[in-house]
Write a protein of this length. Structure first.
Lengths: 372, 252, 371
């Protein structure tokens, strides 16, 4: 430790820069992972955090609630399947709203259900809707008491936000959960030409003794036009989510790759630069192990310092909104990434460790090469 | 300050018939053909000889940096010719001091730290560390470096660096110190200083030494001058007055 | 400076480390850029292809095509606005498609059928006859060829693909371009709740010979502000996700460039330490600090260019390897050039940091030799 610390103290700038580089890389990784999480939540929070264990879409929707539609015929077929317990309809429509006195209109999703299934599982404030023209809104977009005007060519109507819930957006839009009547009214108001208003999906709880996954398979086997999916799968397989995940995997992988490169090359260079000093130390009786431990200690210290820098940079962004997404850090994945970075740094430093091991004490008696 | 004598009257170094060969590609290179050398307690030996004569190899073997191909090397009664690399490292740490010709100091350690590092390598405990620090400061004081203790090698003159190296060589209270051309890079005034210091410090501690040198000042006060040529040690005493050039050395 | 470049040529070894890391950073920058371009391209193709200057939505649509309705009378007001040369209606409906041989397929092809009047680039001036569509060529990945019949939506409305067009995706989906009549028929059969009456379209695109921004204002006025008119560029920015993706990615790219800067600074500082002696000698024989610094900057620039070149090769290789459709990825020359410029800037700024050491070198002390 003596050698390790002394060398760092005399070269604070260089070691400091390495720590900063590692810190920036960790910050980028953590930030992008939080971004990915936020993105997925903003896309399918409404699905992931609602109360129905099974959702039945129309097959044409490809698991997107907005494009989903169930004709009464298909509904009947689904309800005839064995193993269904409680159930109710879900109706979704995307519309323009004005919140309170806001000057501009914004896009919002309105999800109406004619039963408890499909509503947010947990409220952050306020209460659930108990009649028409009341709504539970996504907490980042609405506050309890907001009066939301559903805009329509002929004027539209108002909905009162009586409760809010966290992480319940659909497709990165402000989302309102209402009863079914409000949903139908919204569709009608926007498009008086609407001939029929079918449900978008069915929210289903399996009967006692039936597993959600089992029920899903049964429905899919028996009803060709329906696409049943468990709540967890519904979130994961929503369109765009898989793509987002894959893209981020590649990006995060590339960032992680830079860590062993930077630390490895840094330590290799400084090891080569102090080759003579290493030879000297071995000659005067330093065990190989002592020198290896010193190098290892440096790698650990600098990497941990870098991790501290990265976490400090990332922390202020926790809870912040970026482009409509809320960034949230998961302590478990932060810890995992910290460990990964340490492992990567050590792997990178293997070449230097090998070089230190190869130091020959007898080289001390050889004349120094070059311009000395 | 005198190191304890070990094993009664066993000589500090007893090399007998030592041979060192290298295989380089298809060739056999004989660095030392037949070296026999005995060094007693409190004896300073100057080693002279032309380049390529095997001086460096002899010192390397004497100091435990190399293992001989043949022959025996006894250090204070203990055979070191068969020791493993690990054991040799331990041996060097406890029993030998080195002052090399080229790099002697660790560039990122201060003068004091360069002395302390020897102690640190032994992994002493906290109490001993204070004692080691005191000893380091004493040594630095004796060497006239009391006010340079906090300087890095880059902030020391050539002569000062050499003196720190001597201090470092003496830190672990060795039985034998090996010097490789200690004054060749110094001007005459500084050289005088260093020559005197070497003598004073060694004699004060009754520490033996092998000094590879062409410096007449050193050959003059050495207890013995030994010649080496073509890998063989010539144990015939060389007269003090023989100039090193005639004795086979190069111009200083 | 020539000395510096000569050093690079004769002793590339010591710079290899820095180049290796910079190449990794370059690949990252290019990959991020390609991802952004892929996402944007897939979102905006249909709009970028429009050969029009302004697009008009209904006022409360929030600049969103599916939520916009322009009735016939509003349309006439638009047609009559000053500066309007030509107008065309647009209508869209997003449905899942099945190739005819597989009417019960469960894994559908995501499509957006768009009815048009004013032809976007690549499409015929006269929209295809009823029941026929021209498809965006991204649908070829699904094995669809000319002459194939697609069954659209729950109603399985058949349309025949009679041609392909490049780069016209909408919201990441393959588009099917058709006449407004075909659109109304398909939408009516599949989305009864959203069907629009005859004469009503979702949006109107407008061509002008004058200034698009003025035209937008004029149109809004002419229609009593029942509409929102945007220049095409503004409309593209308003497409869902576009501006957020752009700003988020650009921020990430920016920070990554800073990483490149730190890496260059780090490695050049390491290298400079070794060469204090050399710099001292150079200064003693008359080289100014400025000359030395320019030499260092030149080396950094060369490294950045080499790293960029290698990065380009790696990016193209990656693009070839990634199966189309799995990740939105598009390598464009302009993005590669921008990434290269970023690397260059990062490298030169990064080596400014080693400048302070170069300035501090005292020629006299340096010649004294290292300890």
């Amino acid at each position: 430790m003596f050698l390790a610390l002394r060398e760092i103290r005399r070269g604070l700038v260089r070691f400091g820069m390495l720590a900063v580089a590692i810190g920036l890389l960790l910050f980028l990784v953590l930030f992008q992972q939080a971004l990915q999480q936020g993105l997925v939540t903003a896309f399918v929070g409404a699905i992931r955090n609602q109360s129905a264990p099974v959702i039945v879409y129309g097959i044409d929707a490809q698991r997107a609630l907005q494009g989903s539609m169930l004709t009464p015929d298909v509904e009947q077929q689904v309800l005839a399947v064995d193993g269904i317990g409680e159930h109710n309809r879900i109706g979704e429509t995307t519309l323009s709203v004005r919140v309170g006195d806001a000057a501009d209109a914004t896009e919002a999703s309105l999800i109406g259900t004619d039963g408890p299934l499909g509503q947010p599982r947990e409220l952050a404030a306020g209460r659930a809707a108990d009649g028409p023209n009341q709504a539970v809104g996504s907490s980042v977009d609405f506050a309890v008491g907001d009066m939301v005007t559903v805009l329509a060519p002929d004027g539209g109507f108002e909905v009162e936000v009586v409760g809010v819930a966290d992480d319940v957006q659909l497709s990165v839009s402000p989302t309102l959960f209402t009863d079914y009547a409000t949903f139908e009214a919204a569709v009608q108001a926007f498009n008086p030409d609407a001939a029929e208003i079918p449900a978008s999906a069915l929210a289903v709880a399996p009967a006692r003794g039936v597993e959600p996954a089992e029920l899903v398979d049964r429905i899919n086997d028996q009803v060709g036009d329906a696409d049943a999916v468990t709540r967890a799968d519904a979130a994961d397989s929503a369109p765009g989510v898989a793509q987002v995940r894959q893209s981020f995997q590649v990006i995060l992988g590339l960032y992680a790759l830079i860590v062993p490169l930077v630390t490895g090359l840094f330590f290799l260079i400084i090891t080569l630069q102090k080759a003579r000093a290493l030879v000297l130390l071995r000659a005067i009786g330093a065990r190989s192990g002592v020198l290896l431990r010193a190098l290892f200690a440096q790698v650990l210290m600098i990497t941990l310092a870098g991790i501290a820098v990265g976490v400090l940079l990332a922390l202020p962004l926790s809870g912040r909104q970026i482009g409509g997404l809320t960034l949230r850090y998961d302590p478990a994945s932060v810890a995992t990434w910290a460990l990964v970075f340490v492992a990567l740094a050590v792997v990178g430093a293997l070449a230097s460790l090998a070089r230190v091991r190869r130091t020959e004490p007898v080289a001390a008696v050889e004349p120094a090469g070059g311009a000395a | 300050m005198t190191p304890p004598r070990s094993d009664g009257d066993a000589p500090v170094l007893d090399m007998s018939g030592v041979r060192k060969e290298y295989t380089v590609g298809e060739q056999q290179i004989v660095a030392l053909a037949d070296a026999t050398l005995t060094i007693d307690h409190d004896e300073i030996v100057a080693l002279i000889g032309p380049s390529g004569s095997g001086k460096t190899t002899l010192c390397s073997i004497a100091g435990g940096l190399l293992t001989p191909t043949d022959g025996t090397v006894e250090f204070a009664g203990r055979d070191i010719s068969g020791l493993s690399a690990r054991e040799l490292t331990e041996f060097r740490r406890t029993s030998v001091g080195f002052v090399f010709q080229s790099v002697n100091l660790v560039p990122f350690l201060t003068a004091r730290e360069n002395l302390l590092v020897v102690d640190e390598l032994g992994g002493r405990r906290r109490g001993d560390r204070a004692a080691a620090r005191r000893r380091a400061d004493e040594l630095l004081g004796e060497l006239g470096l009391g006010d340079r203790a906090e300087n890095l090698p880059a902030g020391l003159s050539g002569g000062e660096r050499q003196r720190v190296a001597i201090g470092r060589a003496l830190m672990n209270q060795p039985r034998l110190v090996l010097f490789d051309e200690p004054t060749s890079a110094l001007d005459s005034t500084t050289g005088d200083q260093v020559v005197k210091l070497i003598r004073d410090e060694l004699k004060a501690r009754e520490t033996s030494a092998i000094i590879v040198t062409h410096d007449q000042r050193i050959t003059h006060y050495a207890d013995r001058v030994v010649r080496i040529e073509d890998g063989r040690v010539d144990n015939e005493p060389v007269s003090d007055d023989t100039p090193p050039e005639v004795a086979g050395g190069e111009r200083a | 400076m020539r000395l510096a470049l000569r050093e690079l040529l004769r002793r590339p070894g010591r710079f290899v480390a820095a180049t290796a890391v910079l190449t990794a950073v370059a690949v990252l920058l290019m990959f991020l850029g390609a991802l952004l371009d892929g996402l944007l391209s897939a979102s905006t193709g249909a709009y970028r292809a429009q050969r029009a200057d302004v697009i008009v939505y209904s006022a409360d649509a929030g600049a969103s095509l599916p939520r916009s309705r322009i009735t016939a009378d509003v349309r006439s007001a638009i047609d009559a606005a000053p500066g309007v040369a030509e107008t065309g209606g647009l209508g869209s409906v997003q449905l899942g498609a099945r190739p005819e041989p597989e009417p019960d397929r469960r894994d559908l092809i995501a499509t957006a059928l768009i009815g048009y009047e004013l032809a976007p680039s690549g499409l015929p001036d006269q929209p295809p006859p009823p029941g026929e569509v021209i498809a965006d060529d991204s649908i070829e990945q699904e094995g669809v060829t000319i002459g194939d019949v697609l069954l659209l939506g729950p109603a399985r409305t058949p349309v025949t693909v009679t041609g392909f067009v490049r780069d016209t995706q909408y919201s990441g989906q393959a588009t099917l371009w058709a006449s407004l009549d075909t659109w109304r028929e398909v939408a009516g059969a599949n989305r009864p709740a959203q069907a629009l009456g005859d004469g009503t379209v979702q949006a109107v695109v407008v061509r002008t010979d004058g200034d698009p921004t003025e035209l937008a204002g004029a149109i809004e006025a002419a229609a009593d502000n029942r509409v929102e008119a945007l220049t095409l560029a503004d409309a593209i920015d308003e497409l869902p996700g576009v501006s957020q993706q752009r700003s988020t990615f650009n921020q990430i790219i920016g920070v990554t460039a800073v990483v490149a800067m730190v890496v260059v600074a780090l490695f050049f500082t390491l290298i400079t330490v070794e060469r204090t002696g050399l710099y001292g000698v150079l200064k003693a024989i008359g080289a100014s600090s400025r000359t030395l610094f320019l030499g260092v900057a030149a080396q950094a620039a060369v490294l950045a260019l080499v790293a960029t070149a290698l990065g380009v090769v790696a990016s193209l290789a990656l693009a070839a390897v990634i199966p189309p459709g799995s990740i939105p990825f598009q390598v464009t020359p302009s993005r590669l050039v921008t990434s290269g410029a970023l690397m260059l800037a990062a490298a030169v700024i990064g080596c400014v940091f080693s400048l302070r050491r170069v300035l501090r070198i005292d020629p006299a002390a340096a010649i004294g030799g290292s300890p």
